[in-house]
Ligand binder design. Structure first.
Ligand code: SF4
Length: 332
């Protein structure tokens, strides 16, 4: 049986785990491929207007798999670590997709909120539905965990998901591995959810655009759990959103690690971005050049390039001023 995995949202976290697990159970896995204009338009037409661009894009990816797959694999990603949750739109993804895409959806709930052990149980329960024994499901789960932990290791090393998948020999590669070794003059932290930061169509290929401006893109995925805990301790309260917590930690971490500028990539209409943005703005103010880029289906390339160019020009000017003219900060 061919199971389709839409190449959007949770794909960027768990594709290695899911592909390894399902292949070891005997499924054939196909993906919808990289995002493109046609697919986004179809997703926007099918989904309700109020939802965010990443969810509309996910629907578009699911529609691409209608003809190619026998069913879609879309788990409900509730919690992947203790005491923390994903956004409600990610939790409700199987139901939202089922309303818009008429194809069987295989799903189960991943909920590690109270214990990390819950994960294995839910994967085994899923396998049981297809008559697969506990021992075979356990073996598939262990293999999948190994793939996932190597994948996360590559992300911490600074590889993009497509590069990490190529290194894991799980996928064709779309970027060039050599890119990682390019020596560029400026370092810019791009903070945002992985499905925005790594989807080069949705983010208008921000990585390449920064490289053309002599700047390297770094993401919060290089942080370890210890870094994240250390750099969110100033909040005095543990944040229960998985990704906003990582991004706030990212801002705090990069400010202390010689970054030239921070860009927050935000999705229009995103509730968790609205909560996170004031924290990151507060951290960056008076410390590092900072800009918020809000993306939706109408974002135009020309304005995007102008804002990036102006941002880099301001950083270069600030550096020149600091080195040769005065020590007065130009970034406000
Ligand atoms: S976190 Fe924001 S952008 Fe992501 S799915 Fe939820 S609402 Fe959409």
């Amino acid at each position: 049986m061919k199971l389709g995995i839409p190449q959007a949202l949770s794909y960027y976290w768990y594709y290695p785990m899911w592909k390894a697990f399902l292949e070891n159970l005997g499924f054939e896995i196909i993906t919808s491929g990289p995002t493109n204009r046609k697919l986004v338009n179809e997703g926007c037409k099918a989904a309700v207007d109020e939802t965010c661009l990443p969810v509309k894009t996910f629907i578009g990816h699911s529609l691409q798999l209608l003809e190619k797959a026998d069913a879609l694999f879309i788990p409900s990603l509730k919690s992947c670590e203790e005491k923390r949750y994903f956004c409600p739109k990610i939790i409700a993804l199987p139901e939202t997709t089922a309303c818009n895409v008429k194809i069987p959806i295989y799903s189960f709930v991943i909920n590690n909120y109270s214990s990390l052990k819950n994960s294995e149980m839910s994967y085994k329960e899923f396998a049981k539905r297809f008559g697969i024994s506990n021992s075979r499901a356990s073996a598939a789960f262990c293999k999948a965990l190994k793939f996932q932990s190597i994948y996360e290791h590559f992300l911490r090393e600074g590889y993009t998901p497509s590069q990490a998948l190529k290194l894991l020999k799980l996928e064709e590669e779309h970027d060039f591995l050599d890119d990682k070794n390019k020596k560029l003059h400026y370092k810019i932290a791009v903070l945002g959810s992985p499905y925005l930061v790594y989807d080069s169509f949705l983010n208008l290929n921000i990585k390449k655009k920064l490289e053309l401006l002599d700047a390297e893109m770094i993401t919060a995925d290089i942080l370890t759990e210890k870094d994240i805990s250390t750099h969110t301790s100033f909040l005095g309260k543990d944040l229960f959103w998985t990704y906003p917590r990582r991004l706030i930690a990212g801002a705090s971490y990069f400010i202390k690690h010689n970054i030239d500028g921070i860009i927050l990539l935000s999705s229009f209409g995103c509730g968790s971005d609205a909560i996170m943005e004031p924290f990151i703005t507060g951290l960056c103010e008076n410390h590092v050049p900072y800009m918020v880029l809000t993306i939706d289906e109408h974002t135009g390339e020309a304005g995007f390039i102008t804002r990036l160019e102006a941002f880099l020009e301001m950083i270069k000017h600030k550096k020149r001023s600091y080195n040769y003219e005065s020590c007065i900060s130009l970034h406000g």
